[in-house]
Design a protein around this ligand. Structure first.
Ligand SMILES: Cc1cc2nc3c(=O)[nH]c(=O)nc-3n(C[C@H](O)[C@H](O)[C@H](O)COP(=O)(O)OP(=O)(O)OC[C@H]3O[C@@H](n4cnc5c(N)ncnc54)[C@H](O)[C@@H]3O)c2cc1C
Length: 464
């Protein structure tokens, strides 16, 4: 029996979920809806277990040979444990990942993977869960792929996987009052000013031929990421507070940021360059002070920038937000709001919840959840009730262990293991390869204990 899933959103999580489902269910097909085609220069830190699982073609496009060596080949345990440093961190550019993964899926899964350039619209349906104008989405799919999907009916769709949420503004359902009362509604956590640029010299893992100390960067109010795919994207993220160090001239400047600057620099609008051209009045004054403080810190940290006119600056508010329940039985409505069907909807990635910059694993959490959902669906292909119950239990555990936590959550061994270690191979003292698979947390702890005398101060830090 053919199984059809609709995926809302072609961000990193929607594409990863598609890949995992198509790889684990030979009779599944995916119809993915994405309405934007902007290239996203943003860079993030994916979990190592996802990098270890990348299709080879995509892996080779994301990482050059030198990076693959330091990233994917087994390294001495002392270098990696308890937590790998910047040198072994598999940063990637979100836009490049989306581009390579999407092309790979279209090539590898002909007749099973369809992208539709359309927006899935939510509607406040007459049930408490809200609904979805699925008929419009199916129509759009049929128009774009008339031969394969021309006769697709809503009743043939097994489930919808919603990754269209979070910052993108798609509200599939509005927060019930009880969730808001429990503090689960959108909670702003602070301002962030991001610089994105391309730089041939910025190689991800041995940048500018000197090691970078992530904790030191954070003490300066700066987070630096680069990716060495063919776009050479780099990102500098500045923020107003750091649990790792005292306020600096740079972090203090955030207190004076004019609201008009927030509006002007919001991501998605006309980009501002680091020259500040096009800013006026108090925005221009504030930005000049910000730039001066930033350049001073970057000078200390030895991070060179390209021509300032080639550096884009934008503003984004960070927040913590999550649904207590990441599965819903959704009413399927027509344009008039009449229900004619229902289906399970699984929420993944930022549409299920994201944490602020200090807790730093939002993208990674979504990617891992996508792998887990694919496994659950593959084990229960015709039993969405069991799949719902299992995914729901999985998400409850994440909510309990990863949300509403202090920033130091990223120092917890279980979190380090999940996001940075699982999937890695290291060389023990005898040069033997030791692999850390899914159930190997205790093995990891034992190895950390065994080598702890030799590792000095580990550069543990929250990252996002
Ligand atoms: C500057 C910055 C740095 C970050 N660094 C890190 C990091 O280091 N590590 C980390 O883990 N996370 C990081 N994050 C968070 C990470 O980027 C997000 O968690 C991640 O992008 C979420 O992926 P997603 O696929 O769930 O959602 P998104 O990336 O938001 O993708 C959703 C997609 O859905 C599409 N869409 C929206 N509405 C609709 C609709 N109605 N119909 C069809 N399509 C729709 C959107 O166009 C978008 O492409 C960072 C975020 C920022 C802003």
């Amino acid at each position: 029996m053919q199984i059809s899933y609709l995926v809302a959103g072609g961000g990193p999580v929607g594409l990863w979920a598609s890949f995992k489902i198509l790889s684990t269910q030979p009779n599944a097909r995916i119809i993915l809806f994405e309405h934007r085609d902007t290239f996203r220069p943003q860079t993030l830190i994916p979990p190592f277990q996802v990098i270890a699982d990348l299709p080879l073609e995509v892996r080779d496009q994301m990482y050059n040979e030198k990076a693959r060596k330091s990233l994917l080949e087994p390294q001495p345990a002392q270098l990696i444990l308890p937590s790998p440093n910047y040198r072994q961190t598999p940063w990637f550019c979100t836009g490049a990942f989306q581009e390579f993964m999407s092309k790979h899926l279209q090539k590898e899964f002909v007749g099973r993977f369809f992208t539709v350039k359309a927006k899935i619209e939510g509607c406040a349906g007459p049930t408490s869960q809200g609904g979805c104008h699925i008929s419009a989405a199916i129509q759009a799919a049929a128009q774009e792929h008339p031969v394969a999907l021309g006769s697709l009916e809503a009743s043939e769709v097994t489930a919808m996987i919603c990754t269209a949420g979070g910052a993108s503004g798609f509200k599939y359902r509005t927060a019930p009052a009880s969730e808001e009362a429990a503090g689960r509604a959108y909670t702003p956590q602070g301002d962030g000013v991001y610089l994105t640029f391309r730089h041939e010299e910025h190689e991800s893992y041995v940048r500018n031929n000197h090691d970078m100390d992530g904790a030191l960067f954070d003490k300066h109010g700066i987070h630096y990421l680069a990716s060495n795919n063919r776009y050479n994207n780099a990102q500098i993220y500045t923020y107003p507070k750091s649990p790792l160090g005292p306020s600096t001239a740079l972090t203090k400047i955030f207190e004076e940021m004019p609201d008009t600057f927030r509006e002007r620099a919001r991501f998605g609008g006309t980009p501002i360059s680091l020259t500040g051209d096009g800013l006026y009045g108090e925005d221009a004054e504030w930005f000049a002070k910000y730039r001066e403080a930033l350049l001073r810190e970057l000078d200390i940290l030895q991070v060179p920038l390209p021509d300032h006119s080639a550096v884009s600056v934008f503003y984004a508010q960070r927040s913590e937000w999550y649904w207590a329940e990441a599965v819903a039985e959704a009413a399927i409505c027509d344009r008039e709001g009449n229900i004619f069907s229902s289906m399970p909807v699984f929420f993944l990635g930022d549409s299920a919840g994201c944490t602020d910059y200090w807790k730093g694993q939002s993208g990674g959490r979504g990617l891992i959840a996508a792998s887990n959902l694919a496994e659950i669906l593959a084990a229960n292909p015709e039993d969405t009730g069991t799949a719902r119950a299992q995914f729901s239990a999985y998400w409850h555990e994440i909510v309990d262990s990863e949300f509403n936590k202090p920033a130091e959550i990223n120092l917890e061994p279980a979190i380090i293991f999940k996001y940075k270690i699982q999937g890695r191979e290291v060389l023990d003292d005898d040069g033997k390869v030791v692999k850390f698979g899914p159930g190997d947390f205790e093995k990891y702890q034992a190895m950390v204990d065994a080598i702890s005398e030799n590792i000095g101060t580990a550069e543990h830090k929250p990252e996002e």
